[in-house]
Ligand binder design. Structure first.
Ligand code: DQQ
Length: 540
Protein backbone atom coordinates (compact mmCIF):
# COMPACT_ATOMS: atom_id res chain seq x y z
CA UNK A 1 0.00 0.00 0.00
CA UNK A 2 1.04 3.61 -0.46
CA UNK A 3 2.49 5.37 2.55
CA UNK A 4 0.55 8.51 3.47
CA UNK A 5 2.03 11.16 5.64
CA UNK A 6 2.56 14.90 5.75
CA UNK A 7 6.23 14.62 4.94
CA UNK A 8 5.65 13.22 1.48
CA UNK A 9 6.23 15.81 -1.21
CA UNK A 10 3.76 17.20 -3.70
CA UNK A 11 5.80 18.30 -6.70
CA UNK A 12 9.18 16.63 -6.21
CA UNK A 13 10.01 13.22 -7.62
CA UNK A 14 9.71 10.30 -5.24
CA UNK A 15 8.84 6.64 -5.68
CA UNK A 16 5.52 5.31 -4.43
CA UNK A 17 7.32 3.67 -1.54
CA UNK A 18 10.67 2.43 -0.17
CA UNK A 19 14.25 3.61 -0.45
CA UNK A 20 15.65 5.77 -3.26
CA UNK A 21 19.12 7.23 -3.78
CA UNK A 22 21.05 8.46 -6.84
CA UNK A 23 19.38 9.76 -10.00
CA UNK A 24 20.41 7.60 -12.97
CA UNK A 25 20.32 7.93 -16.77
CA UNK A 26 17.99 10.91 -17.25
CA UNK A 27 17.24 11.46 -20.94
CA UNK A 28 14.69 12.58 -23.50
CA UNK A 29 13.47 9.87 -25.89
CA UNK A 30 10.64 10.19 -28.41
CA UNK A 31 9.01 13.06 -26.54
CA UNK A 32 9.21 11.48 -23.08
CA UNK A 33 11.60 12.36 -20.30
CA UNK A 34 12.93 9.17 -18.74
CA UNK A 35 14.17 9.10 -15.21
CA UNK A 36 15.83 6.16 -13.46
CA UNK A 37 16.92 5.98 -9.85
CA UNK A 38 18.64 3.70 -7.36
CA UNK A 39 15.75 1.92 -5.66
CA UNK A 40 15.26 -0.83 -3.07
CA UNK A 41 11.95 -2.53 -3.95
CA UNK A 42 11.74 -4.26 -0.57
CA UNK A 43 12.49 -1.73 2.16
CA UNK A 44 12.94 1.92 3.15
CA UNK A 45 16.68 1.39 3.69
CA UNK A 46 19.51 1.04 1.16
CA UNK A 47 19.96 -2.47 -0.34
CA UNK A 48 18.94 -4.80 -3.21
CA UNK A 49 19.58 -1.92 -5.55
CA UNK A 50 17.62 -1.85 -8.81
CA UNK A 51 16.96 0.87 -11.39
CA UNK A 52 13.49 2.29 -10.78
CA UNK A 53 12.00 3.92 -13.88
CA UNK A 54 9.47 6.69 -14.53
CA UNK A 55 8.46 8.82 -17.52
CA UNK A 56 7.10 12.32 -17.85
CA UNK A 57 6.15 14.87 -20.49
CA UNK A 58 7.09 17.85 -18.34
CA UNK A 59 9.59 16.60 -15.71
CA UNK A 60 6.98 17.23 -12.99
CA UNK A 61 4.05 14.86 -13.54
CA UNK A 62 5.54 11.37 -13.47
CA UNK A 63 4.23 7.97 -14.43
CA UNK A 64 5.99 5.13 -12.63
CA UNK A 65 6.91 2.12 -14.77
CA UNK A 66 8.22 -1.34 -14.08
CA UNK A 67 11.75 -1.52 -12.70
CA UNK A 68 14.25 -1.27 -15.60
CA UNK A 69 17.22 -3.23 -14.21
CA UNK A 70 17.25 -5.82 -11.47
CA UNK A 71 20.26 -7.70 -10.09
CA UNK A 72 19.95 -11.05 -11.88
CA UNK A 73 23.28 -11.66 -13.65
CA UNK A 74 26.54 -13.01 -12.25
CA UNK A 75 28.16 -9.58 -12.65
CA UNK A 76 25.41 -7.57 -10.91
CA UNK A 77 24.00 -10.08 -8.39
CA UNK A 78 24.29 -7.70 -5.46
CA UNK A 79 23.05 -4.58 -7.13
CA UNK A 80 22.63 -2.54 -10.30
CA UNK A 81 24.47 0.59 -9.24
CA UNK A 82 24.60 4.07 -10.67
CA UNK A 83 25.12 4.93 -14.29
CA UNK A 84 23.98 6.98 -17.21
CA UNK A 85 22.18 6.97 -20.54
CA UNK A 86 23.79 7.89 -23.86
CA UNK A 87 21.90 8.52 -27.08
CA UNK A 88 24.13 6.56 -29.44
CA UNK A 89 23.46 5.96 -33.14
CA UNK A 90 20.35 7.70 -34.47
CA UNK A 91 19.52 8.80 -30.97
CA UNK A 92 19.12 5.23 -29.69
CA UNK A 93 19.75 5.02 -25.94
CA UNK A 94 22.21 2.71 -24.21
CA UNK A 95 22.50 2.52 -20.43
CA UNK A 96 25.91 2.22 -18.81
CA UNK A 97 25.83 1.08 -15.18
CA UNK A 98 27.91 -0.57 -12.49
CA UNK A 99 27.36 -4.19 -11.55
CA UNK A 100 28.16 -5.11 -7.96
CA UNK A 101 28.95 -8.76 -7.50
CA UNK A 102 30.93 -11.39 -5.61
CA UNK A 103 32.44 -12.64 -8.84
CA UNK A 104 35.52 -13.82 -7.00
CA UNK A 105 33.35 -16.48 -5.31
CA UNK A 106 33.60 -14.99 -1.86
CA UNK A 107 30.68 -13.35 -0.08
CA UNK A 108 32.77 -10.62 1.43
CA UNK A 109 34.97 -9.84 -1.51
CA UNK A 110 32.69 -7.97 -3.84
CA UNK A 111 33.77 -6.20 -6.99
CA UNK A 112 32.46 -3.46 -9.24
CA UNK A 113 32.41 -3.63 -13.04
CA UNK A 114 30.71 -1.75 -15.85
CA UNK A 115 27.84 -3.13 -17.91
CA UNK A 116 25.45 -2.09 -20.71
CA UNK A 117 21.70 -2.39 -21.17
CA UNK A 118 19.64 -1.67 -24.29
CA UNK A 119 15.90 -1.22 -24.83
CA UNK A 120 14.15 -4.44 -25.91
CA UNK A 121 11.99 -2.40 -28.29
CA UNK A 122 13.25 0.94 -29.61
CA UNK A 123 9.78 1.57 -30.98
CA UNK A 124 8.29 1.79 -27.49
CA UNK A 125 8.58 5.44 -26.45
CA UNK A 126 8.21 4.37 -22.81
CA UNK A 127 11.15 1.94 -23.12
CA UNK A 128 9.49 -0.42 -20.69
CA UNK A 129 11.84 -3.39 -21.13
CA UNK A 130 15.62 -3.37 -20.97
CA UNK A 131 18.01 -6.11 -22.02
CA UNK A 132 21.51 -6.50 -20.64
CA UNK A 133 24.25 -6.81 -23.26
CA UNK A 134 25.50 -10.38 -23.87
CA UNK A 135 29.07 -9.04 -23.77
CA UNK A 136 28.72 -7.80 -20.16
CA UNK A 137 30.68 -6.90 -18.17
CA UNK A 138 32.21 -4.58 -20.72
CA UNK A 139 34.86 -3.21 -18.35
CA UNK A 140 36.49 -4.72 -15.28
CA UNK A 141 38.88 -2.92 -12.93
CA UNK A 142 42.22 -2.21 -14.62
CA UNK A 143 45.58 -3.04 -13.09
CA UNK A 144 46.43 -0.87 -10.12
CA UNK A 145 42.79 -0.02 -9.36
CA UNK A 146 40.96 -1.64 -6.44
CA UNK A 147 37.76 -3.19 -7.80
CA UNK A 148 35.89 -1.78 -4.79
CA UNK A 149 36.55 1.71 -6.07
CA UNK A 150 35.54 1.51 -9.68
CA UNK A 151 32.04 2.71 -10.50
CA UNK A 152 29.41 5.09 -11.86
CA UNK A 153 30.04 5.41 -15.65
CA UNK A 154 29.08 8.77 -17.19
CA UNK A 155 27.11 9.58 -20.29
CA UNK A 156 29.53 8.97 -23.17
CA UNK A 157 30.55 11.63 -25.67
CA UNK A 158 32.00 11.34 -29.17
CA UNK A 159 35.39 12.82 -30.08
CA UNK A 160 36.53 14.19 -33.45
CA UNK A 161 38.03 10.77 -34.25
CA UNK A 162 34.56 9.23 -34.05
CA UNK A 163 35.40 7.27 -30.91
CA UNK A 164 33.20 7.31 -27.82
CA UNK A 165 34.60 8.38 -24.48
CA UNK A 166 33.28 7.92 -20.97
CA UNK A 167 34.46 8.30 -17.40
CA UNK A 168 34.44 5.88 -14.49
CA UNK A 169 34.87 7.17 -10.93
CA UNK A 170 37.80 5.77 -8.94
CA UNK A 171 40.74 6.46 -6.64
CA UNK A 172 44.31 5.35 -6.16
CA UNK A 173 45.38 5.61 -2.53
CA UNK A 174 43.88 8.98 -1.60
CA UNK A 175 43.92 10.43 -5.11
CA UNK A 176 40.38 10.69 -6.47
CA UNK A 177 40.15 10.31 -10.23
CA UNK A 178 37.94 10.09 -13.29
CA UNK A 179 39.31 7.26 -15.42
CA UNK A 180 38.82 7.76 -19.16
CA UNK A 181 37.76 4.97 -21.52
CA UNK A 182 37.51 5.05 -25.33
CA UNK A 183 35.53 2.86 -27.68
CA UNK A 184 35.00 2.67 -31.45
CA UNK A 185 31.68 0.77 -31.13
CA UNK A 186 30.38 1.25 -27.57
CA UNK A 187 31.04 -2.42 -26.82
CA UNK A 188 34.80 -2.63 -26.67
CA UNK A 189 36.33 -0.12 -24.28
CA UNK A 190 39.99 0.64 -23.63
CA UNK A 191 41.36 2.73 -20.77
CA UNK A 192 43.43 5.81 -21.62
CA UNK A 193 46.79 5.89 -19.85
CA UNK A 194 46.03 9.14 -18.03
CA UNK A 195 42.73 9.84 -16.28
CA UNK A 196 40.72 12.82 -17.51
CA UNK A 197 41.46 14.43 -14.16
CA UNK A 198 42.60 13.55 -10.64
CA UNK A 199 43.11 15.46 -7.38
CA UNK A 200 45.34 14.40 -4.49
CA UNK A 201 43.84 13.86 -1.09
CA UNK A 202 40.17 13.74 -2.13
CA UNK A 203 39.36 10.02 -1.94
CA UNK A 204 36.87 8.09 -4.09
CA UNK A 205 35.10 10.10 -6.79
CA UNK A 206 31.53 8.81 -7.05
CA UNK A 207 29.13 9.69 -9.83
CA UNK A 208 31.32 11.85 -12.08
CA UNK A 209 29.50 14.07 -14.58
CA UNK A 210 31.28 15.84 -17.44
CA UNK A 211 29.57 18.21 -19.86
CA UNK A 212 30.03 21.28 -22.04
CA UNK A 213 28.57 24.72 -21.25
CA UNK A 214 28.31 27.68 -23.60
CA UNK A 215 30.42 30.73 -22.75
CA UNK A 216 27.90 33.11 -24.31
CA UNK A 217 24.36 32.03 -23.54
CA UNK A 218 22.20 30.04 -21.17
CA UNK A 219 21.40 27.28 -23.65
CA UNK A 220 22.62 23.79 -22.92
CA UNK A 221 24.83 21.79 -25.26
CA UNK A 222 24.88 18.21 -26.45
CA UNK A 223 27.32 16.22 -24.33
CA UNK A 224 29.63 15.72 -27.34
CA UNK A 225 29.97 19.47 -28.09
CA UNK A 226 33.46 20.98 -27.80
CA UNK A 227 35.69 23.67 -29.28
CA UNK A 228 35.19 27.41 -29.70
CA UNK A 229 32.81 29.07 -27.32
CA UNK A 230 32.61 26.03 -25.06
CA UNK A 231 33.88 25.39 -21.55
CA UNK A 232 33.48 22.11 -19.66
CA UNK A 233 32.21 21.23 -16.21
CA UNK A 234 33.51 18.31 -14.17
CA UNK A 235 31.40 17.33 -11.16
CA UNK A 236 32.29 14.56 -8.73
CA UNK A 237 30.63 13.35 -5.56
CA UNK A 238 32.48 12.72 -2.31
CA UNK A 239 30.67 13.87 0.82
CA UNK A 240 29.25 16.69 -1.34
CA UNK A 241 28.83 17.41 -5.04
CA UNK A 242 31.84 19.51 -6.06
CA UNK A 243 32.39 20.95 -9.50
CA UNK A 244 34.97 22.85 -11.49
CA UNK A 245 34.70 24.76 -14.74
CA UNK A 246 37.67 24.25 -17.05
CA UNK A 247 39.05 23.52 -20.46
CA UNK A 248 38.68 20.10 -22.02
CA UNK A 249 41.93 19.50 -23.90
CA UNK A 250 40.72 17.21 -26.65
CA UNK A 251 44.19 16.45 -28.04
CA UNK A 252 45.00 14.31 -25.00
CA UNK A 253 41.59 13.98 -23.30
CA UNK A 254 42.51 15.86 -20.15
CA UNK A 255 40.80 18.62 -18.20
CA UNK A 256 42.33 21.84 -16.91
CA UNK A 257 40.39 23.87 -14.31
CA UNK A 258 40.24 27.62 -15.09
CA UNK A 259 41.40 28.36 -11.56
CA UNK A 260 43.56 25.83 -9.76
CA UNK A 261 42.25 27.07 -6.40
CA UNK A 262 38.80 26.03 -7.54
CA UNK A 263 39.78 22.47 -8.45
CA UNK A 264 37.34 19.64 -7.85
CA UNK A 265 36.85 19.07 -4.15
CA UNK A 266 38.41 22.26 -2.91
CA UNK A 267 36.25 24.65 -4.85
CA UNK A 268 32.61 25.10 -5.55
CA UNK A 269 29.59 23.04 -4.60
CA UNK A 270 26.35 22.61 -6.54
CA UNK A 271 24.47 23.01 -3.29
CA UNK A 272 25.48 23.82 0.27
CA UNK A 273 22.81 21.68 1.91
CA UNK A 274 21.66 18.13 1.18
CA UNK A 275 22.40 17.26 -2.42
CA UNK A 276 24.41 14.31 -3.72
CA UNK A 277 25.24 12.03 -6.64
CA UNK A 278 23.66 14.47 -9.07
CA UNK A 279 23.45 13.87 -12.79
CA UNK A 280 22.72 16.17 -15.72
CA UNK A 281 21.40 15.59 -19.23
CA UNK A 282 20.93 17.64 -22.38
CA UNK A 283 17.27 18.33 -23.11
CA UNK A 284 17.21 18.75 -26.89
CA UNK A 285 13.53 19.67 -26.68
CA UNK A 286 14.21 22.99 -24.95
CA UNK A 287 17.95 23.26 -25.57
CA UNK A 288 18.96 23.26 -21.95
CA UNK A 289 21.02 21.21 -19.53
CA UNK A 290 19.03 19.85 -16.63
CA UNK A 291 20.31 18.58 -13.32
CA UNK A 292 18.81 16.05 -10.92
CA UNK A 293 20.20 15.44 -7.42
CA UNK A 294 19.50 13.04 -4.56
CA UNK A 295 18.22 14.65 -1.36
CA UNK A 296 18.21 12.29 1.62
CA UNK A 297 16.21 12.43 4.85
CA UNK A 298 17.04 14.29 8.06
CA UNK A 299 15.43 11.70 10.31
CA UNK A 300 16.88 8.30 11.23
CA UNK A 301 16.56 4.82 9.78
CA UNK A 302 13.83 3.79 12.24
CA UNK A 303 11.74 6.80 11.18
CA UNK A 304 12.23 5.91 7.51
CA UNK A 305 11.10 2.35 8.11
CA UNK A 306 7.98 3.55 9.87
CA UNK A 307 7.27 6.12 7.12
CA UNK A 308 7.80 3.39 4.53
CA UNK A 309 9.97 5.56 2.29
CA UNK A 310 13.19 7.54 2.19
CA UNK A 311 14.60 10.31 -0.05
CA UNK A 312 13.34 12.66 -2.72
CA UNK A 313 14.93 14.10 -5.85
CA UNK A 314 15.68 17.82 -5.87
CA UNK A 315 13.45 19.83 -8.17
CA UNK A 316 15.06 19.69 -11.66
CA UNK A 317 17.36 22.66 -12.29
CA UNK A 318 18.55 24.30 -15.44
CA UNK A 319 22.34 24.89 -15.26
CA UNK A 320 24.50 27.28 -17.23
CA UNK A 321 27.75 29.26 -16.96
CA UNK A 322 27.67 32.43 -14.85
CA UNK A 323 28.91 35.11 -17.27
CA UNK A 324 29.96 37.32 -14.35
CA UNK A 325 32.61 34.85 -13.19
CA UNK A 326 33.18 32.54 -16.18
CA UNK A 327 34.20 29.89 -13.68
CA UNK A 328 30.99 29.06 -11.82
CA UNK A 329 27.46 27.93 -12.65
CA UNK A 330 23.98 29.28 -12.11
CA UNK A 331 21.13 26.92 -11.17
CA UNK A 332 17.45 27.72 -11.56
CA UNK A 333 14.26 25.65 -11.15
CA UNK A 334 12.95 24.58 -14.57
CA UNK A 335 10.19 26.80 -15.96
CA UNK A 336 7.65 23.95 -15.99
CA UNK A 337 7.07 24.71 -12.30
CA UNK A 338 4.88 27.61 -13.45
CA UNK A 339 2.23 25.11 -14.48
CA UNK A 340 1.65 24.46 -10.76
CA UNK A 341 1.30 28.13 -9.78
CA UNK A 342 -2.01 28.92 -8.05
CA UNK A 343 -2.92 32.03 -6.10
CA UNK A 344 -0.24 34.65 -5.61
CA UNK A 345 0.56 37.64 -3.44
CA UNK A 346 2.81 40.49 -4.51
CA UNK A 347 4.33 43.23 -2.37
CA UNK A 348 6.44 46.24 -3.36
CA UNK A 349 8.61 48.29 -1.13
CA UNK A 350 8.17 47.04 2.39
CA UNK A 351 10.50 48.32 5.12
CA UNK A 352 11.72 45.66 7.48
CA UNK A 353 12.50 47.50 10.69
CA UNK A 354 14.93 46.37 13.37
CA UNK A 355 13.64 43.27 15.11
CA UNK A 356 10.52 42.93 12.94
CA UNK A 357 8.82 39.63 12.15
CA UNK A 358 5.82 40.09 9.83
CA UNK A 359 3.51 37.46 8.43
CA UNK A 360 2.96 37.65 4.67
CA UNK A 361 -0.82 37.91 4.43
CA UNK A 362 -2.80 36.13 1.77
CA UNK A 363 -0.46 33.20 1.29
CA UNK A 364 -0.36 30.00 3.23
CA UNK A 365 0.48 26.37 2.99
CA UNK A 366 3.44 24.06 2.73
CA UNK A 367 3.78 24.22 -1.08
CA UNK A 368 5.18 27.60 -2.10
CA UNK A 369 7.30 29.37 -4.69
CA UNK A 370 8.64 32.61 -3.17
CA UNK A 371 10.78 35.20 -4.94
CA UNK A 372 12.06 38.45 -3.44
CA UNK A 373 14.62 41.21 -3.83
CA UNK A 374 16.05 43.24 -0.95
CA UNK A 375 17.85 46.57 -1.39
CA UNK A 376 21.24 46.76 0.28
CA UNK A 377 21.67 49.63 2.73
CA UNK A 378 24.94 51.56 3.17
CA UNK A 379 27.28 48.63 3.75
CA UNK A 380 30.02 50.51 5.60
CA UNK A 381 28.20 49.73 8.85
CA UNK A 382 28.42 45.96 8.32
CA UNK A 383 29.74 43.78 11.11
CA UNK A 384 33.32 42.62 10.90
CA UNK A 385 33.28 38.86 10.50
CA UNK A 386 35.87 36.72 8.76
CA UNK A 387 33.94 34.59 6.35
CA UNK A 388 35.68 32.01 4.20
CA UNK A 389 34.73 28.94 2.22
CA UNK A 390 35.86 26.85 5.20
CA UNK A 391 33.77 28.60 7.84
CA UNK A 392 30.65 29.93 6.06
CA UNK A 393 28.42 27.10 7.31
CA UNK A 394 29.77 27.53 10.84
CA UNK A 395 29.15 31.30 10.70
CA UNK A 396 25.55 30.68 9.60
CA UNK A 397 25.06 28.25 12.43
CA UNK A 398 26.79 30.22 15.23
CA UNK A 399 25.25 33.45 14.11
CA UNK A 400 21.79 32.04 13.39
CA UNK A 401 18.56 33.72 12.36
CA UNK A 402 17.57 34.84 15.88
CA UNK A 403 20.80 36.66 16.65
CA UNK A 404 20.77 40.47 16.66
CA UNK A 405 23.16 41.70 13.98
CA UNK A 406 23.67 44.90 11.99
CA UNK A 407 22.89 44.29 8.30
CA UNK A 408 20.91 41.16 8.80
CA UNK A 409 20.09 38.48 9.58
CA UNK A 410 17.11 39.33 7.35
CA UNK A 411 14.96 37.18 5.08
CA UNK A 412 12.13 34.66 5.38
CA UNK A 413 10.69 32.18 7.80
CA UNK A 414 9.04 29.37 5.84
CA UNK A 415 7.03 26.41 7.15
CA UNK A 416 6.32 28.54 10.22
CA UNK A 417 3.53 28.26 12.75
CA UNK A 418 1.50 31.36 13.68
CA UNK A 419 3.43 31.64 16.93
CA UNK A 420 6.76 31.15 15.06
CA UNK A 421 7.65 28.31 17.41
CA UNK A 422 8.42 26.21 14.37
CA UNK A 423 10.15 27.76 11.37
CA UNK A 424 12.95 27.31 8.87
CA UNK A 425 14.85 30.58 8.36
CA UNK A 426 16.38 31.54 5.01
CA UNK A 427 18.43 34.68 5.49
CA UNK A 428 21.22 37.03 4.47
CA UNK A 429 23.92 38.75 6.57
CA UNK A 430 26.20 41.38 5.03
CA UNK A 431 29.68 41.37 6.56
CA UNK A 432 32.98 43.16 6.29
CA UNK A 433 35.55 40.39 5.96
CA UNK A 434 39.35 40.58 5.82
CA UNK A 435 39.30 40.32 2.06
CA UNK A 436 36.29 42.48 1.28
CA UNK A 437 32.51 42.76 1.61
CA UNK A 438 30.59 39.52 1.60
CA UNK A 439 27.04 38.36 1.90
CA UNK A 440 26.31 35.18 3.81
CA UNK A 441 23.39 33.09 2.61
CA UNK A 442 22.04 30.76 5.29
CA UNK A 443 19.37 28.11 5.78
CA UNK A 444 18.76 27.65 9.51
CA UNK A 445 16.89 24.47 10.45
CA UNK A 446 17.51 24.69 14.20
CA UNK A 447 13.89 25.59 14.97
CA UNK A 448 12.29 23.77 12.05
CA UNK A 449 10.43 21.25 14.19
CA UNK A 450 9.34 20.62 17.75
CA UNK A 451 10.27 17.01 17.11
CA UNK A 452 13.63 15.78 18.35
CA UNK A 453 15.93 13.14 16.87
CA UNK A 454 16.24 15.12 13.67
CA UNK A 455 19.36 16.42 11.99
CA UNK A 456 18.79 20.19 12.19
CA UNK A 457 22.20 21.28 10.93
CA UNK A 458 22.29 24.84 9.60
CA UNK A 459 23.76 25.30 6.12
CA UNK A 460 25.32 28.26 4.41
CA UNK A 461 27.69 29.79 1.93
CA UNK A 462 28.69 33.29 0.85
CA UNK A 463 29.32 35.48 -2.14
CA UNK A 464 31.65 38.45 -2.55
CA UNK A 465 29.87 41.80 -2.79
CA UNK A 466 31.11 44.37 -5.24
CA UNK A 467 30.56 48.04 -4.46
CA UNK A 468 28.20 48.31 -7.41
CA UNK A 469 25.82 45.62 -6.15
CA UNK A 470 22.72 47.32 -4.79
CA UNK A 471 20.44 44.38 -4.00
CA UNK A 472 20.30 40.70 -3.12
CA UNK A 473 17.65 38.27 -4.32
CA UNK A 474 16.33 34.89 -3.32
CA UNK A 475 13.91 32.28 -4.61
CA UNK A 476 12.65 29.58 -2.26
CA UNK A 477 10.72 26.43 -3.14
CA UNK A 478 8.85 24.84 -0.25
CA UNK A 479 7.29 21.39 -0.55
CA UNK A 480 6.13 19.88 2.77
CA UNK A 481 9.49 18.51 3.95
CA UNK A 482 11.95 20.08 1.51
CA UNK A 483 13.12 23.69 1.26
CA UNK A 484 15.27 24.71 -1.72
CA UNK A 485 16.96 28.11 -1.72
CA UNK A 486 18.32 29.73 -4.90
CA UNK A 487 20.08 32.91 -3.83
CA UNK A 488 21.62 35.69 -5.92
CA UNK A 489 20.08 34.55 -9.18
CA UNK A 490 21.18 30.96 -8.68
CA UNK A 491 24.81 31.55 -7.62
CA UNK A 492 24.20 29.84 -4.26
CA UNK A 493 21.82 26.94 -3.73
CA UNK A 494 20.94 25.34 -0.40
CA UNK A 495 18.61 22.37 0.02
CA UNK A 496 17.29 21.24 3.38
CA UNK A 497 14.84 18.66 4.73
CA UNK A 498 12.61 19.62 7.64
CA UNK A 499 9.72 17.90 9.42
CA UNK A 500 7.55 20.38 11.28
CA UNK A 501 4.92 18.93 13.61
CA UNK A 502 2.49 21.84 13.41
CA UNK A 503 3.58 23.96 10.45
CA UNK A 504 2.06 21.47 8.04
CA UNK A 505 -0.45 21.87 5.20
CA UNK A 506 -2.75 24.88 5.53
CA UNK A 507 -1.29 25.74 8.93
CA UNK A 508 2.09 26.72 7.47
CA UNK A 509 2.82 30.46 7.24
CA UNK A 510 5.38 32.66 5.52
CA UNK A 511 7.07 35.51 7.47
CA UNK A 512 9.53 38.29 6.64
CA UNK A 513 12.02 39.19 9.34
CA UNK A 514 14.95 41.45 10.10
CA UNK A 515 17.06 40.89 13.19
CA UNK A 516 19.65 43.50 12.21
CA UNK A 517 19.72 47.04 13.55
CA UNK A 518 19.77 48.57 10.05
CA UNK A 519 16.33 48.70 8.34
CA UNK A 520 16.11 46.71 5.10
CA UNK A 521 13.84 47.61 2.22
CA UNK A 522 12.32 44.62 0.49
CA UNK A 523 11.59 46.04 -2.92
CA UNK A 524 9.57 43.20 -4.41
CA UNK A 525 7.99 39.94 -3.41
CA UNK A 526 6.00 37.39 -5.38
CA UNK A 527 4.80 34.45 -3.30
CA UNK A 528 2.76 31.73 -4.93
CA UNK A 529 0.91 28.72 -3.64
CA UNK A 530 1.64 25.60 -5.68
CA UNK A 531 -0.61 22.76 -6.66
CA UNK A 532 0.63 19.21 -6.26
CA UNK A 533 1.63 17.18 -9.32
CA UNK A 534 -0.24 13.99 -9.81
CA UNK A 535 2.06 10.99 -9.81
CA UNK A 536 0.65 7.67 -10.89
CA UNK A 537 1.71 4.32 -12.20
CA UNK A 538 1.99 0.75 -11.24
CA UNK A 539 3.29 -0.27 -7.87
CA UNK A 540 6.19 -2.49 -8.72
N1 DQQ B 1 25.43 5.09 -4.83
C1 DQQ B 1 25.50 3.97 -5.75
C2 DQQ B 1 26.90 3.92 -6.22
C3 DQQ B 1 27.37 5.31 -6.02
C4 DQQ B 1 26.73 5.72 -4.75
C5 DQQ B 1 25.02 2.73 -5.06
C6 DQQ B 1 26.63 7.20 -4.56
O1 DQQ B 1 26.98 3.52 -7.58
O2 DQQ B 1 28.77 5.40 -6.00
O3 DQQ B 1 23.67 2.83 -4.69
O4 DQQ B 1 25.59 7.58 -3.71
Amino acid sequence: SKPHNVQRVAFHFQPIKNWMNDPNGPMLYKGYYHFFYQWNPYAAVWGNITWGHAVSKDLIRWHHLEVALIPNQWYDLYGCWSGSATLVEEGKPIITYTGWSNASHSEDHKVQMQALAMPADYGDPLLRKWVKAPGNPIITAPQGIDSNFFRDPTTAWKGADGKWRMLVGSKENMTGMALLYRSPDFLNWRKAITPLHSVNGTGMWECPDFYPVSISDTYGLNTSAYGQGVMHVLKVSFVHDYYTVGTYITSNDTFLPVQSNLDVGIGLRYDYGKYYASKSFFDANKNRRILFGWVNESDGEAADISKGWASVQAFPRKVWLDKETNCSLLHWPIEELESLHRSKVTLDSVSLWKGSVTVVEGIKGAQLDVEATFDLPEINDAEIMDVSAENAQLMCSEKGASRNGVIGPFGFLVLATDDEMEHTAIFFVVVNSKDGWKVLVCSDQSRSSLATNLDKTTYGSFSNLSGSQTSVSVRILVDNSIVETFALGGKICITSRVYPKNAVGEAARLFLFNNGTVPIRMNSLIARELAGAKIDGIES
